[in-house]
Design a protein around this ligand. Structure first.
Ligand code: ADP
Ligand code: ADP
Length: 236
């Protein structure tokens, strides 16, 4: 269980996120919605400490996420995979190698440094690609793929990390409607099939309603709605 208590972040004395307290149950699919600048991205990034909170605490089970550093912080980041709007693949590397990057924390350091992947690692990566119908692209350069394909590779990379939580920051903002569905379906599959908690920033309330079992509405850095999607009537 992920527990945020009075979490805040300021940039140059200006609040990006203010006094956010919430509990995210294991296995839930939470949509964070709100206009651009509402603080959604800052909120997600504080959870895996890409951004440090200026106040408050974040805890996951018995881990005090806000106090982690060094190896403990790297271990935590491996447990909460991040998905970005711009996919963040290594474009000049092939798809399978990009997915294998998600296994870096699973293999011994010398093997990771030498990129000596075992047959088992390769099989796991390939199986992740198969689940999202892109195994046929394994040998292609990542930058030769469409946006929807690249985001599925990013999701496969997150999956082989075997995370507890996936933090998806506007994962479909660069995609057309067809790829939007493919990518959201992939996130839903991970959530339902593996029980991985998903927190997903979205602009579209309609889309959030279709996929999430709980919505958090943000406005000007604050939580202005928190509940079941069907309870949210107005645009936030
Ligand atoms: P989006 O949330 O639309 O995906 P970003 O996360 O890149 O876009 O940025 C969100 C907001 O934060 C934008 O309004 C952007 O101008 C602002 N922002 C991002 N980085 C900085 C920065 N280094 N300095 C000031 N504002 C920033
Ligand atoms: P959202 O994801 O909802 O678009 P953000 O979390 O990106 O919102 O931004 C919240 C606020 O924090 C905005 O006012 C934005 O300009 C500001 N902000 C975000 N990142 C930075 C940054 N790196 N430096 C300065 N201001 C930032």
């Amino acid at each position: 269980m992920l527990v945020l208590n009075d979490v805040a972040r300021q940039y140059n004395n200006k609040a990006a996120v203010s006094a956010v307290s919430l509990t995210v149950d294991r296995g839930s699919f939470v949509g964070v919605i709100g206009r651009s600048g509402a603080g959604k991205s800052t909120l997600l990034r504080m959870i895996n400490r890409l951004v440090d909170p200026t106040a408050g605490t974040i805890a996951f089970d018995d881990i005090d996420v806000t106090r982690l550093s060094g190896k403990a912080l790297r271990d935590w980041r491996a447990r909460c995979a991040m998905i970005f709007q711009q996919f963040n693949l290594v474009g000049r590397l092939d798809v399978l190698t990009n997915v294998l990057m998600g296994r870096l924390n699973k293999v011994s350091t010398p093997r990771a440094l030498l990129r000596l992947w075992s047959e088992e690692d390769r099989a796991i990566a390939l199986s992740a690609l198969e689940q999202f119908d892109i195994a046929g692209l394994a040998a292609q350069r990542a930058d030769s793929l469409s946006g929807g394909q690249q985001q599925r590779v990013a999701i496969a990379r997150a999956l082989v990390q075997e995370p507890d939580v996936i933090l998806a920051d506007e994962p479909i903002a660069s995609l057309d409607p067809r790829n939007t569905k493919v990518v959201m379906d992939a996130l839903l599959r991970i959530n339902k099939h593996y029980g991985i908690t998903v927190m997903c920033n979205l602009h579209s309330l309609e889309l959030a309603r279709g996929y999430c079992d709980r919505l958090i509405g943000m406005s000007a850095g604050r939580v202005v709605f928190d509940g079941a999607p069907e309870l949210l009537t107005d645009d936030v």
